[in-house]
Design a protein. Structure first.
Length: 686
């Protein structure tokens, strides 16, 4: 600004008037324009420099990321320099030196490619060659180099001045590819030459590949393929058609006879299906492994035949050994042999395998009965074991069986040496604990059979009486009915006849049910129903059986709706028996019939009961009351089978049954059966 000011001052001195002003203004404009233009040029150069630097940095990072080497082949020098990386030694390598380390098999082709770049025939080329990274020092280390070369030209020249090459070593990759190919070849050979037939199918069941053995098993129409199996879906072939769920495929192993008339196959095969899934569980292949076991089966059948013939040929020889082994195992016997010289006794499995050896003193401690006497005998065995003898008593378990003392039988005979001297004793020890228990059980069962026979006789007598009583009433009232003229009297006689018919029908039904129980033919048929109206109807029917004026019959139905699965007829049969018994023994008070939903054993179910204020049952008789033919009062009408039928029905339903009672206080008969509750609505006033 100072210079401009001075210049304008000088001009103003030398030049007069308006011309001087215009000239100064023109100079100012030119100066400003030049200054602005220089500024724009500076900014443009700076941006280009920054952009070039950014591009260089980006390329450098890319080269670092890919871990490539970049080399510069200067044609006029005949030298190759590292632009990036350390592939060649610093400060470079001559072309003649470089040629020494190119693999002989790749030499001609590699040089030919570079000559095309040098001559200008191609501006860019990409190829592979092997180069010795050890550069002649020791064993060659052949790097498999992937080379991308670009020819570099100077301005206004048609021949390249240099070649820039980007190199990266793919030796490991090639090695992995080669190893993969070798491994694939090995697996292919294993697959193709396996002694087991192998096939692979798509997830939809279409054949992909089969090995030689599978092609032989399936009788392919050619060495490579077969039209029938290629066009037949796996899930349409037996046995996969019957055994596999296509939508939920699981591991399958099966031995079967394969019959495929289209391929003349009728063989016995051992086949395994294995679904192959990816990491997330999706089915990608189906592997089938098959082995023809027809010859093995024939050999097995022949071996069985040979074994049978050999067994028959050796039966006479082995008879004694088998009988002895069977006798000892079945009778729980062991052989024992004592030595008076060593004061020991040995026990044997069979006749030769020693399983236990103890002293006479220790053996005496095993005896529970007559221990002192046995100890005395062992103290002087030559005096007591000169003749055959047998002993029955209780002993602690000798062979590690544990538990309580067992009943045993000991038999012995004396042993003499060749000089006639007594050396010991030989015999058998037999566990007869089961035999003694069976004898006790036989005694109890005999007593029980006698009781059962007596009860059956009583039952038959009661049955005869129970059948005769309603029949006599029916016959008698029927004869009288035709002589009665009064309508009220006729209705009463008809009611009595109907009651006796109902009594006779119940008796016959009980006998039929008892027969089904004995034959194990009783069926439980649960159906879905609302038990509320059924229970009300049953209560109305059973209320008519209460004839005592001092007895109130109460029906406790706490629900408006209760939908469940039950065999209502069987449940009604049990409740009817409960009420019938309550009516017999209750003369004052009430009889209450009810039920409720109750959970037991982790399951929902129906709990039903019949409560009365009758004579009650002694505590010691509550268990017997559900046994067959049991009657606590012989003067009360009944056969003694009703409650046993109830117990059989409830046990068939997998439920519980019982009674709670006190003498002169009444009884509550109850049962619980499992049932799924579909819908439940409690009464508002319940």
């Amino acid at each position: 600004m100072i210079l401009l000011y001075n210049t304008s001052f000088l001009l103003s001195v030398q030049m007069p008037g308006a011309f001087t002003s215009v000239l100064i203004l023109l100079v100012l404009v030119i100066f400003v324009v030049v200054l602005v233009r220089n500024r724009f040029i500076y900014l443009r150069i700076r941006r280009r420099r920054n952009k070039s630097q950014a591009t260089y940095n980006m390329i450098e990072q890319a080269i670092k990321t890919t871990q490539n080497d970049v080399v510069h082949y200067v044609l006029r020098d005949g030298m190759i320099y590292n632009l990036y990386g350390h592939l060649y030694p610093d400060p470079g390598i001559s072309v003649e030196e470089w040629k020494k380390y190119v693999h002989p098999e790749d030499f001609e082709e590699t040089l030919g490619r570079f000559r095309q770049l040098i001559s200008g025939e191609t501006a860019r080329d990409e190829f592979y060659y092997r180069w010795d990274a050890n550069m002649g020092k020791g064993e060659p280390k052949w790097n498999y180099l992937h080379n991308v070369s670009v020819a570099e030209y100077d301005a206004d020249t048609k021949q390249p001045s240099a070649i820039i090459s980007t190199l990266w070593d793919e030796g490991e990759l090639k090695k992995e590819e080669q190893e993969g190919e070798e491994l694939a070849y090995k697996y292919q050979q294993i697959f193709e030459n396996s002694i087991i037939g192998l096939s692979f199918y798509t997830p939809d069941g279409w054949l992909l590949n089969s090995n030689k053995m599978m092609r032989e098993i399936c009788h392919f129409d050619s060495e490579e393929a077969d039209a029938f199996f290629s066009n037949m879906n796996l899930f349409e072939l037996s046995p996969f058609r019957e055994c596999c769920d296509k939508n939920n495929l699981e591991e399958l192993w099966i031995c079967h006879q394969s019959v495929v008339p289209e391929r003349d196959i009728c063989d016995y095969l051992e086949t395994r299906l294995h679904p192959i899934r990816d990491d997330v569980g999706n089915l990608i292949y189906i592997a089938i492994a098959s082995r023809n076991v027809s010859e093995e089966r024939e050999m097995y059948q022949q071996a069985k035949l040979n074994d049978t013939q050999i067994q028959k040929a050796n039966e006479e020889i082995q008879r004694y050994e088998e009988e002895l082994r069977y006798m000892m195992e079945a009778c729980r016997m062991r052989v024992w042999r004592s030595s008076f010289k060593d004061n020991t006794i040995s026990f044997y499995q069979g006749l030769s395998e020693e399983i236990l050896k103890i002293s006479f003193h220790d053996l005496a401690d095993y005896f529970v009965d007559d221990r002192e006497s046995i100890a005395t005998h062992f103290a002087n065995p030559s005096q007591f074991y000169t003749t055959a003898m047998s002993y029955v008593g209780r002993m602690k378990p000798v062979f590690g069986e544990g538990g309580d003392p067992k009943w045993v039988q000991l038999d012995s005979i004396p042993l003499y040496d060749e000089d006639g001297q007594l050396t010991g004793a030989f015999g058998l020890i037999r566990n007869i604990n089961n035999l003694m228990e069976k004898q006790e059980q036989l005694k109890q069962e005999t007593e029980r059979a006698n009781d059962a026979g007596r009860l059956k006789s009583v039952f038959l007598a009661n049955m005869t009486h129970e059948i005769r009583t309603p029949l006599n009433a029916i016959v008698g009232f029927t004869d009288v009915l035709q002589l009665i003229e009064s309508p009220d009297d006729k209705r009463e006689l008809i009611r009595l006849i109907h009651n006796n018919c109902d009594m006779l029908l119940r008796l016959i039904n009980d006998i039929l049910v008892l027969t089904n129980v004995d034959a194990n033919n009783m069926e439980i048929k649960p159906v879905e129903s609302d038990i509320v109206p059924d229970f009300d109807s049953l209560g109305q029917t059973l209320a008519q059986r209460v004839q005592e004026p001092g007895v109130e019959f109460i029906v406790d139905n706490p629900y408006e709706r209760c939908v469940t699965y039950l065999d209502n007829d069987r449940m009604d049969q049990v409740l009817t028996n409960f009420v019938t018994n309550a009516v017999k023994y209750t003369h004052q008070g009430h009889i209450r019939l009810g039920y409720r939903v109750e959970e037991r054993h982790g399951k929902s179910g129906i709990y039903a009961y019949c409560e009365d204020t009758g004579s009650g049952i002694p505590k010691d008789q509550c268990e017997r009351i559900f046994e067959r033919f049991v009657k606590l009062n012989d003067y009360i009408q009944g056969t003694g089978i009703g409650l046993s039928i109830c117990k059989a029905i409830i046990e068939k339903c997998e439920g519980d049954i019982g009674v709670e009672s006190e003498v002169d206080q009444g009884s509550t008969f109850w049962f619980w059966v499992p049932a799924e509750i579909k819908e439940l609505k409690v009464k508002e006033n319940a």
